[in-house]
Write a protein that binds this ligand. Sequence first.
Ligand code: GLC
Ligand code: GLC
Length: 828
Amino acid sequence: MKYGYFDDKTREYVITRPDTPYPWINYLGCEEFFGLFSNTSGGYCFFRDARMLRLIRYRYNNVPTDSGGRYFYLRDNGDASIGNASIGDVWTPSWMPMKSKLDRYECRHGMGYSRISSARNGLAFSQVSFVPLGDTCEIHKVTLTNESGAQKNIDMFSFVEFCLWNANDDMTNFQRNFSIGEVEIDGSRIYHKTEYRERRNHYSVWAVNVPVDGFDTDRQTFLGLYNGFDSPQTPLNGKANNSVASGWAPVGSHHIKVDLKPGESKSFVFVLAYCENPEDQKWEKSGVINKKPANILLGKYNTAEAADKALAALNDYWKNLLGRFTVDASISSRPDDIKMARMAGVWNQYQCMVTFNMSRSASYFESGIGRGMGFRDSNQDLLGFVHLVPERARLRILDIAATQFPDGSAYHQYQPLTKRGNNDVGSGFNDDPLWLISGVAAYIKETGDYSILDEIVPFNNDDKLADTLFIHLKRSFDYTVKNKGPQGLPLIGRADWNDCLNLNCFSKTPGESFQTTANFESGVAESVLIAAIFVYNGPDYIELCKRTGRADEAKYAENEIAKMTDTINKYGWDGEWFIRAYDAYGKKIGSKECDDGKIFIESNGFAVMAGIGIDDGRAVKALDSVKKHLESPYGIVLLQPAYKEYHLELGEVSSYPPGYKENAGIFCHNNPWVTIAETMLGRGTRAFETYTKICPAYREDDSDLRRMEPYVYAQMVAGKDAPRHGEAKNSWLTGTAAWTFVSISQYILGVRPVFDGLLVDPCIPSGMKGFTVTRHFRGADYHITVDNSAGAEKGIKSVTVDGAPFNGNVLPVFGDGKVHKVVMVMGK
Ligand code: GLC
Ligand code: GLC
């Protein structure tokens, strides 16, 4: 069943019923303040760090799902004089938490904002929620409209539950928490100031721009003893208690009486803000917080017009950003191509920006208290947003590189607030260093900014250990060269890209971390995938050396790449596909000799991406084997056959029930590697097929099975061995976003930045009649039309640039701020 539709004109996904198979969320915020916002107004917000500075409470794994958010309760008092039947009717217009019956409901998730509209018994409600550019708050503009023929007297109650800042403590340390909650109330502004009396210099405020008829700040008083959010006493009574929280659970609720004549409409601007004071200006007077920052911020958004203006500015921001890469497939009328255009042009890029902002911290699957930023994840995420925010990508690269160790290895994760490596997780994931080369190469191809290589960047965040970014890349490269196993393949360490291939772990202790434990440092276990990643990065590294006058280093690198290629040919090929790894005893993993785990996706995709076996037919064989053994209707599974038992020598991969996660789930992140590899063989129809299978927009009709949002990729879809084959999990924060964007934009549509310009080399299904891409690139706009009336999959017949015939397909760097028209005709 379908739960909504794409509104391509407004770049919104429109959810048409509230009971989606899972909360379908959106992200508010694009700078320092962020909110997660579900289609029933659930979720929470935070300043910079979802663990340390969380404003409102959210209970993960709650029942019912997704209770907690920014809620509005409405009570219709009807018109007592005419005995209106709606008297005393209380409901939540966002459906949750009361699961109220609504006469109409719609939620539009747009670029950085969401709008919920509903109606009940002649009262229309609309709530538009967003984080304005430049400020640290959420705005919720609420409009009530009387659509009935009679006067309406409404009581509106707002409701948020404050989080005591540190989300981890908030959920665990009750012996303290129940005694520390403090608020201050000033007219329509409810200040949450827990811990402000001691070491915090920040507070939050939940405010509305009109006078109120009452308030509540004590949760139990508002809800009533033993009541949940679905049966709150105060709205049911129709009267606030003016409760002042002292310890227990501070909340914020405004009571506003709204009288509406037939046809009348009134708007209210609710703001939930984070405010900071300098240490010496914390207090107005003893015990009274300094409200200056709140006054300034709230003063900016005290009218509906001001809120609308801020929303318009946000809309412009996204319009400009997404204007840097647009896709139009209307020349080709196939529905499949239209879906591709809306994903590649809008939603996929939007998701890439969300992964840029969130890394893997806060989603409905990542609790915001767990993982920091991953070294490998962040470098790969960059591939998906570097064209949108190149300046911010540059800063990100420098932050990441600063967490590298002098020997080239890297902290696996770092904490965004401190930008320091995370000691608990440590290092030893031997693929990590190589992703820095991918990230930097992508940045330079996008911008032409070689100066980044001369930036002085610390190692291990220690300025005394600083050197140029180029030296960081060299250490990355050398790390693989210097850390090889018995056959000359790279040692895997704790794991490679597959976090769950823990070949030195040998864990028998429940709860022991597979990623940070090495009970048997074999010095033997090797990864064919790391070898392929090394060879894949080779040409870029060599090019960077040559272009910066490092001819000797280039020669050395060429030699090492050639050696590694030989080693893969010798020890990485299994006859029909590429082997995945060698375990701590030197036994093959991902080979026909194995009982389970005979074939893996990653090494096959990446080896072909690295160009291995393309000229001798092995690449074709490998990808055909992938199709034969790993294909499913919902994408390519990670391995087959699934591991049925726990294998001490393999680690976490074998800990998952068959068909889930790394144990033969469709781990979407690696599917685009196969897509890209297929384009390298010129197989456009097959490449597109692998693209569409994991692409959410193609599964909109199938939402009851897939369950996740149809507008974003999920990390994992249950594989063919799982009872729930086809069900997705872990939407939003996944490397799938970046890699699918690379696969569709750079390899299928084929518009790819290279060192000398913008390459256009499409590899599309023969049924796609053509498409138009506009691409901002190094200070000019390229308007590229590809005509495939010939029905080709790859190959270029002619190119014109600004009306004149053009030789080759690397468009020059114009850098003149103008629009250049490119027409490419495919065919022989
Ligand atoms: C998760 C991790 C990523 C890893 C992948 C495969 O997505 O964030 O680093 O590569 O799982 O295990
Ligand atoms: C990645 C993997 C997951 C594993 C985790 C450990 O997210 O996908 O399966 O448990 O890493 O950090």
